[in-house]
Design a protein around this ligand. Structure first.
Ligand code: FES
Length: 159
C-alpha cells in the first residue's frame, strides 16, 4: 500500500497534544498512545521515541504496549479496519466461510492492507457477543449473524 507521508513536526504535534490532554504521566500511557494512533492512523517509530523521551518510558515497553492492544498499530492501516472473530463459538456457526469470503473479496490475508489503502483485514479473539456469531467488526460497526452472501453488501457500505 501507499504509506502516507507524515512529517516529523506533525508527529511531534500529535504527541504533544496527546500529552497535554492526558498529562505527562505513565499511568496515562494507553490513552496517550490511543490518541496519537487516532490522529496519525498508527504509531510510527518516531512517535514512540518522542513519547519515550517525554514520559521517560523505555521504547521497548512502548513497543510491547503498542503491539499488544488491537486498537493500536505500529504499521499504517487502511482507512477501514475489519476485525474478524476467529474464536471457536463463531467458527462453528459459519465463521470459516465468512473468513474465506472476506479474503476472497478483498484479496487479503490476515494483517494485510489493500494496495489502495482502503482496507486492513485482521482477526481478533472473542468479542463477547458469541450469541450473534459469526461476527465481524468494521471500524466501530458490529455485524452479527453474518452469512457469506452478506459480506459483499456489508463491504459495499464503506467508501
Ligand atoms: S466467539 Fe466470536 S464473539 Fe465470541
Amino acid at each position: 500500500m501507499t504509506v502516507p507521508t507524515i512529517n516529523g513536526n506533525a508527529i511531534k504535534e500529535a504527541v504533544q497534544s496527546a500529552i497535554d490532554h492526558y498529562g505527562a504521566s505513565r499511568e496515562e500511557l494507553i490513552p496517550i498512545l490511543n490518541e496519537i494512533n487516532r490522529v496519525i492512523g498508527y504509531l510510527p517509530g518516531e512517535a514512540l521515541e518522542e513519547v519515550s523521551r517525554k514520559l521517560r518510558v523505555p521504547k521497548s515497553q512502548l513497543f510491547s504496549v503498542a503491539t499488544f492492544y488491537q486498537m493500536l498499530s505500529t504499521r499504517p492501516r487502511g482507512k477501514h479496519l475489519i476485525q474478524f472473530c476467529e474464536s471457536a463459538p463463531c467458527h462453528v456457526v459459519g465463521g470459516r466461510e465468512i473468513w474465506q469470503a472476506l479474503q476472497d473479496q478483498l484479496g487479503l490475508s490476515s494483517g494485510e492492507t489493500s494496495e489502495d489503502g482502503k482496507w486492513t483485514l485482521s482477526t481478533t479473539s472473542c468479542l463477547g457477543i458469541c450469541g450473534v456469531g459469526p461476527v465481524i467488526v468494521i471500524d466501530e460497526d458490529i455485524y452479527g449473524n453474518v452469512t457469506p452472501k452478506q459480506v459483499f453488501d456489508i463491504l459495499a457500505r464503506y467508501d
